[in-house]
Write a protein that binds this ligand. Structure first.
Ligand SMILES: [Zn+2]
Ligand SMILES: [Zn+2]
Length: 206
């Protein structure tokens, strides 16, 4: 099952231009099997998108991207809203443990790039608290993804892929290919823990 695990919509991220109808159409056109909306610090957009897609039968999952002192983290399964401010990684770990959620550092190796100089090179403090790292981020430069893949290889971590789309043309650039079919949010979290998936550039799949 091909899933774009990292998408920002204009329903929940002020930085995104991506509307629900164009997102669904584009995902279908690309033959991606499901999408996961991961707006910044809010599930509001994901919830609206799930509602919007309900009638169509197209699977939409819910995550959130949280800004921490160790960089942005994708979180799946959080049962609460967080304020849009710096959350410490320790606070995030506490919340995810309470809620049975999983953490995946997004674009973890951007720090070399002057444009993202505030980002870290891979923060090793996250080890032991994460189920994977995002090795394929559609908004990353190739080098950032290559560095993330090298870190994953070196540390024996699994990789996920997501477009980090903020506009329709970016949807589906990177994806996570799950061995199993995932039909709901609980199964998504279980599979992210289980690890039967790999990250890809969609172009390499075709
Ligand atoms: Zn981010
Ligand atoms: Zn993002």
């Amino acid at each position: 099952m091909i899933v774009d695990l990292h998408i920002h919509t204009n329903l929940g991220s002020i930085c995104s231009q991506l509307g629900p109808d164009e997102l669904l159409n584009r995902a279908r056109e690309l033959e991606i099997d499901a999408i996961c909306v991961t707006d910044h610090h809010s599930h509001r957009g994901a919830d609206k998108m799930i509602e919007y897609a309900k009638g169509s039968g197209y699977p939409v999952f819910r995550g959130v991207e949280i800004y921490t002192n160790l960089g942005d983290m994708l979180v799946f399964g959080l049962k609460r809203e967080t304020k849009y401010h710096l959350t410490t990684f320790d606070e995030l770990v506490e919340m995810t443990e309470e809620d049975g959620a999983v953490i995946i550092p997004s674009h973890p190796c951007r720090g070399w790039d002057p444009k993202h100089a505030h980002n870290h090179s891979f923060p090793r403090e996250v080890l032991g608290h994460i189920v994977a790292i995002e090795t394929h981020n559609g908004a990353n430069k190739a080098k950032s993804n290559e560095l993330a893949q090298a870190v994953a290889g070196e540390l024996g971590l699994r990789g996920t892929g997501g477009s980090d789309a903020h506009a329709v043309w970016q949807v589906g650039k990177c994806v996570t290919v799950f061995e199993k079919n995932i039909s709901n949010q609980e199964e998504l979290i279980a599979e992210l823990r289980e690890g039967n998936y790999k990250a890809m550039y969609l172009d390499d799949l075709k």
